[in-house]
Each structure stands twice: as structure tokens, then as C-alpha cells.
Design a protein around this ligand. Sequence first.
Ligand code: SF4
Length: 343
Amino acid sequence: MLPLFTLTSDAFISAVRRFGIDRFQAARIYRALLHQGCRNLETAGGIKLSADTRRRLDASVVRCTGNITRQAEEKALLKFATRLKDNAVIESVILPMHSHETLCVSSQAGCRMGCVFCETGASGLIRSLDTSEIVEQVYAARFLLKRPVRNLVFMGMGEPLDNLDAVLAAIRVLNDPRGFDIPLRRMTLSTCGLIPGIRELNRPELKNLNLAVSLNAPTDALRSQLMPVNRKYSLLDLKDALKAHPTGRSGQIILEYVLLKDVNDTPEHAHGLIRFAQGLPANVNLIPFNPGPSSAYAAPGPHVIAAFRHALVRAGIFVRQRASQGRGVGAGCGQLSTRHASS
Ligand code: SF4
């Protein structure tokens, strides 16, 4: 069998040699299946194969193995769930942006990082996804959207750097110009701060992959309360790793900061964040907290958010405030959960 979503075009071309398919035809087939989204080779134009070869190849190529369902919609936002072959369930979200859509991709079912404000973390880790299960979300989104996805953020369920090999293999497939053809500059990987993984990304071939770090607190004491990963990797070490990280075409690293009412939203916290950002090519994404059904936290009021934002802007930091898209349907940042997905 040929697990299509794990294969770059070069690997696919080698693999189909056993069907007697030459390099040129193989590249066309790969393009038809992944770039043009042909569901089978019968509908792919311009491919010269005998009926028997076409039938044998179609029967060998493994595409979707999960069962995909639309979960919820809010305006143009769409959350969908994939029930995997072992019944684990993951969620993915198609987010409307100004001129395009962005797909928020999951890399694990659940997560073991235990960030206290995150619904995914509350489930614990069920398991990491394999490469095919990561890529399949992008393939499924194409059919739900009726057009290819152009932007990806690895910010769905799970910590991508806790499943680095599968995520990097998926990125190679998704970036392949003969296939999905999604440029690295249109992909963002978000981490809670696993420093060895950040160092692993420091490779020339990944320099245009955008990096986002979920920071959420400017002191080790508070960050260790909110994000257990900080007990192992301190803010000082994190900053050193970010200083050494290449910023590629974007020229920036994104610091994500989830604003929690009365927890990390004071002027002192803003100044701590400014100090952390100093010396880094950093932009800040401010994300007013999206409460889940059992959440102990709340979002600050609009005046507190505005004051926090203005403090950063006055310090010369470029700030984006993430709209609370999908909050009402459990599709907001930090709200994805194996528990909703299974219901
Ligand atoms: S915020 Fe990210 S790393 Fe932390 S528990 Fe949630 S999914 Fe895991």
C-alpha cells in the first residue's frame, strides 16, 4: 500500500516505479492527487496509464483513514473533528482571515504539557498523531472549503515539538511544490517552550517556518504556575534559545500572550513582557482568554486589555490582538478538546 500523506513527491515517484510508471507520469499523478485534489485517478486529466495500472494504483494509494465530521460553524469559521482509526478524536479549525483562510492543525490527541488554562491540556495526552493523520487534516479542509488551504498554524490540539519527527515529516509533505505546495512562510509552529525542540528547528531548510511561543507570563514564578513546562525550561533559557533562532523571511518571532483576568493582565505584567521582548525580533499576539465549560479563568474587561496593549505599543512592540473567533462553539484558542470532539 502507498500511504500518500506520508510521501514527498520524490518518495512517491520511487514508490510507483513498481507499477511501471515513469518519473514524469508519477509527478503528474502526485500533483493531481495532492495539488489539484483529484479524488481518484479516473478524474485526473492528462495522465496516460493503462486502465489496469490506473485501477491497481488507485487501489493501492491510501488517503484518508479517519472519519471526518463538521462539528460547529460560527460565521465563516468551521470546526471539524476527525475520528482516527483507534477511535481517538481530534479537532481542527478553519479560521477566516482578511483575504484567506488559515487552518489550525492538531499534532496530538490531547496534550501532556498541562497548561492550566487550556482545555486540551485538561484531557492529558491520549497519543501523538502520525504524519498521515496530520496531513489528512489539510486534505480534509480542502474539501470542506472547496479550495486549497493556503495558511497553516500548528496551534490545534497538542504540543508540536512533543511530536517533532511526525510534524517535520508532515511539513515536508505539505511544503512539496508538486503537492500541497504550502510555503514555509505560510506555516507557523506554536510551542509552549520546549527548548530542545526549538533548537531542532534551527536548520537552514526550516528558516522560513514561522515560530510562535506561548509565553503567557513574564516571571518564572507565574509562568511555572500556569505552564508546568517552565519548571524545566526557565524564561532566561527560553530567551537564549529564541535569540539563537533564525527568523527567516518574516524576520520575527511571535510571542503569544493569553490574557487571564487578575492573573497576568496588570501594568507590571505588561512591563515584564516588554522586558522579555527586548533584544528579540518579537511581535506579540494578545489573546483574551476563551473560557471553556469548566474553566476557572476569565478574560479581562476591554479597558484592561486596551491598557495592556497600549503599554506594549508605547514600548515600540508590534501587537496583534487575536479576535475571539469561535469562542461560542468551543473553537477558540485553547478550547479544543478531545471531550467535545468525542461527544
Ligand atoms: S496550551 Fe498547548 S502546550 Fe499547553 S496544554 Fe494546551 S495544547 Fe498543550
